[in-house]
Ligand binder design. Structure first.
Ligand code: FES
Ligand code: FES
Length: 153
C-alpha cells in the first residue's frame, strides 16, 4: 500500500491505497464519499461516474494511484454556493425513482452540458445512453437535461 495525494472537490487529500485500487473504492471506503455508487464494477453502468478535470469518467475503471495530477469532482462537490443547474433541473422534473443510478446520471449530464450547452434530443440521448437506470427514468432524465441546458444558457 502507498500514499497518494488526490485533489477531490477542491481539497487536497492524502489517501492510502494499493496501486491498482479503483478510485471508486478510495472515494467510498476511505473518504466516505458514498454519493458515488457501485453498480457493476466493470465500466458498464455509469453509477460510479465522477469528473476528472471536468470530464465524466467511471471511477470503477481508473486507479486512484494514476490521478495525482487530476482535479476530481464527485457529486458531493458539484454544488457550489447553490445547487448545480443540473441538480435543480433534476428536482424540478422529479427524476429519481429509487435514486441509485442518479449520481452517475447527474455527473454525466453536467459534464456533457459543460461541453455542449445547446444539445438537441439526439445529442442528449447519445450522451446519456451509457448510464443505465433499472427504474427506467430515461424520459425524465432527457427532459431534465434539456431543462438544465436552458438554465445554463
Ligand atoms: S460501477 Fe462503474 S460503470 Fe458500473
Ligand atoms: S432511479 Fe432507480 S436505478 Fe435509476
Amino acid at each position: 500500500m502507498a500514499t497518494y495525494n488526490l485533489k477531490i472537490n477542491g481539497k487536497s487529500l492524502e489517501v492510502s491505497a494499493d496501486s491498482d485500487t479503483p478510485l471508486l473504492w478510495v472515494l467510498r471506503d476511505e473518504l466516505k464519499l458514498v454519493g458515488t455508487k457501485y453498480g457493476c464494477g466493470i465500466g458498464q453502468c455509469g453509477a460510479c461516474t465522477v469528473h476528472l478535470d471536468g470530464i465524466a469518467v467511471r471511477s470503477c475503471s481508473v486507479t486512484a494511484s494514476s490521478l495525482e495530477s487530476s482535479n476530481i469532482t464527485t457529486i458531493e462537490g458539484l454544488a457550489k454556493e447553490k445547487l448545480h443547474p443540473v441538480q435543480e433541473a433534476w428536482k424540478e422534473i422529479d427524476v429519481p425513482q429509487c435514486g441509485y443510478c442518479q449520481t452517475g446520471q447527474i455527473m454525466t449530464a453536467s459534464s456533457f452540458l459543460s461541453r455542449n450547452p445547446n444539445p438537441d434530443q439526439d445529442a442528449i440521448r447519445n450522451a446519456m445512453q451509457g448510464n443505465i437506470c433499472r427504474c427506467g427514468t430515461y424520459n425524465r432524465i432527457e427532459k431534465a437535461v434539456a431543462l438544465a441546458a436552458k438554465k445554463l444558457s
